[in-house]
Design a protein around this ligand. Sequence first.
Ligand code: DGT
Length: 218
Amino acid sequence: MSSPKKNKKKFTIAVEGNIGSGKSTVLSCLEKSPLCDVIPEPIESWTNHKGHNILAMFYDDPHRWAFVFETNALMTLAKLHTQLAKAPVKVMERSIHSARYCFIENLHRSNVLQDVEYQILDDYFEMLISNEACKLDLIIYLRATPKTCLERIRARNRPEETTIDLNYLTTLHRRHEEWLIPRAYGDTPSPPVLIVDANQNKERVYSDTNNHVINLIS
Ligand code: DGT
């Protein structure tokens, strides 16, 4: 992997992992580093899109709203891919890649997204991915068990997320694993993946992630 220091190119990292794996905590710590420009996930635009809480609508009635939610997720995440960074490393929370390979894939396999909706979202993703700005240089995968994720989701108690159960987290976990471990999908060239054990406490998760970023720069 070439380092951002050697080739002066900005590096784009996506921090990925299941819901509740600890991405936001890691990002809020990385934000303090002068090496990183952190681009948080656009969750506010999902809970208040011109007055509509699309995240709550999705969880209340996934069959009705999944296509709308995923279209908007791809659009809002794509905007963040094109956002410029000043620091040597741009760190994103999630990406259009996890929207496609984890959430959209999962919703299609569980028959929530119809074939035609899945095909349209896939075409949209392919169009976005042809833009250089949507490419990633590295993925840091915060790998946690579904059980740990569920405990954290329960503890933080976001009002939209009360219907999330172990089954949903387990299927999403499998999609992350298929995407990031045997590299089942054909992003070319596919970015390297570094894995952090996210079952550890948040200090250890942050420190392991930060070490990966420091190694990248040095
Ligand atoms: P963290 O810090 O690791 O606990 O991460 P979260 O839960 O703050 O962030 P994330 O991206 O895992 O999920 C935020 C909420 O948005 C959660 O309810 C799942 C949902 N979400 C995120 N991306 C997508 C997506 O592409 N499709 C769907 N259907 N839901 C998504």
